[in-house]
Write a protein that binds this ligand. Sequence first.
Ligand code: PEP
Ligand code: MG
Length: 784
Amino acid sequence: MAEKRYIRWFEEIRKEDIPLVGGKGANLGELTNGGIRVPPGFCVTAQAYSDFIKERNLDKQILEEVKQLDMENNAQLQSTSALIRELILQTDILKSIEAEIREAYATFQHSLQQDDLFVAVRSSATAEDLPEASFAGQQDTYLEIKGISEVIRHVKKCWASLWTARAIYYREKQHFSHFDVSLCAVVQKMVNSKKAGVLFTANPVTENHNQMMINASWGLGESVVSGMVSPDEYIVDKKNNRVVEKHIATKNFLVVKNEKAVGTSKVAVKEFLGEDLVTQQCLTATEICQLSANALRIEKMYQSPQDIEWAIDGDTNDLYILQARPITTLKKEETDVVEQVEIKRLALLRGLAASPGTGSGKVRKIKDITEISKVEEGDILVTIMTNPDMMPAMKKAAAVVTNEGGRTCHAAIVSREFGIPCIVGSNNATEVLKEGMEVTVDATRGVVYQGILEEPAEINKEINQTPPGIDQMHLHQLAPISGTKVYMNLGEPDLITKYKDLPFDGIGLMRTEFIFTHLVGAHPMYLLRNGEEKQFIDKMAEGITKVAQDVYPKPVVVRLSDFRSNEFRGLKGGEEVEPIEANPMIGWRGVSRYISPEYEEGFRLECRAIKKVREEYGLVNVWTMLPFVRTTWEVKRVKEIMAEEGLKQDQQFKIWIMAEVPSVIFEAEEFAEMVDGFSIGSNDLTQLVLGSDRDSGILNTMGYFDERNPAVKKAIKMLIQGAHKHNKSVSICGQGPSLYPEFTEFLIHEGIDSVSVNPDTVAGTRRLVASVEQRMILNKLREL
Ligand code: PEP
Ligand code: MG
């Protein structure tokens, strides 16, 4: 072949070659030539990207698109970004580039004698002196890629990552030319990694330059880098390579090559490697020594502290260095005096990140309602598990940390609604965190740090990020139009004032439990006994009216009471009228309660409150939703009661039921004949399909409770099909779509009519829904 233009092998690269191969590529070349064992590979140079863009005339098309763009119109920005990325992916690369990549990959296969050669494809930007994340795009890495066509496809995916909405916006605002930055794709042999992790050649917690910190776990290093597992941690004294501190973690998951498809998958350590390895120390003493020695060499090469990714090959036991880059967050070098070193980031505890954000303050541990007055504005509320009684204290807290619970527990739901950072399922927060101790809670990553950190970690809610300069009011005008409606979940009526300008189409779930606890404050049956039922009706009507007025004429789907008996007992007078159940989660809740003589009168009060709002205040945008439906006969009966109370189902007054119990899925068509619509309560549905207690910290941390499980998705698919056969709508109001964009994407593909999400995700969901719908249309057009 003629002179190579687009390919450089690592051996041909030095650290000065950033303009050609980007920062990552240049580093890998420098390490290779410095005698460090790096998995071999080559770079598809930045020239390939520039020539591709120019010769395929994409620069003109792209500039045309960007020129028409109103940078402050977020919806436009998102859709133009999607369009440009799609354009890059759909355009054939130049024959000359393809030929060089083909030849390099074939040479690679030949030299390694591997027909089945798996590689990693990673992007490496040429503008490394600029803030990477915002400027250069996603810095994507694709692992376990096999075969030339997949390699080429992933090279293009790296190129496309230069055109994320954020990258376009940033370049425009900084007046950088869009074509001054270029991107190289690194193609590197995959290590069959049995253990991997990260090494810092200075201790990032204490900033002690005489120590190194090694993080290690099983399988591919992705589990450590992405924060999927808490890795083992070893602190090594650089002078004598001795381990001075180690923490062996419970490593529940590992990332491995996906044997059935391209890429990787997450599996349980217990099943894949055996139970012993979950808690077994990952690295041997020899491996730690070997790692430290390599790290010292690399630090010396670069003359500055390094953050190094490494892996140990399962076949050969060889140690490989996958990447090295400077640690940018360290202060200047400290002396030997360890005692004087400021403690910056000492992680005390980890748990599930349930409501993102950070907060710092003094720890206040509370057991129950009797202790809530201990919590003052800005404290960190720590408890085994929150309950509705603790709401006033939660509202004051800078953050909430619980021992128990999963992402759909009370603490998680309430915190998200109020925008309070919250970590749940930490196991032992109430033991580890001492009363009055100062801590910083990073609820985006699920870590509690010692002390008040000056610069708490940035909130990383990619999907919700709004370009600077756009406020809530603006968001409403800029929100893209989508076919699938986007509703909002709400519990505390007063919060509507804060959220009413968000771009939602209505309230898809108005939980009434907040009204019961905070406005009414007493059990309805207790009030009835005391002849105080009017107080109940008035207060409930007041809460609903507040919301329905503010969003009129958009619908408000009011879910009638869904307290479990243990929660009802917490209301005033509750102990006198509520039974003690062994399993309240699957006990006397929802409709089973409404139709039983012991609560029917209470339910009738709920109906009267709805009637009052609709008839006295004329708020006919109020619909109702029945929770925890199990059978068709109970729906028939409850509708009779509602009709007797003047709530007759008709064109003007809709009755939805929640799809939470699997029986509703199996009999979707029968239920569809009786109601106007369904709303999937994915919190309860997931719990019941998988038999996994939604409040169990143990099961949640082990990954059992997951709305994305194929069985839950199958159930949802069945429901949508059944409901649509009868022209009935399907919505969803569980936490699933607020937590996982890919789950929302699945729902849209299945044809869901609306998604109802937490306030903090309304704007992001709207953008996501619109872009998925656009892509579906584009794909359809392409098929024609
Ligand atoms: C659900 O189960 O998904 C739901 C929205 O209801 P709750 O979380 O209040 O049980
Ligand atoms: Mg539910």
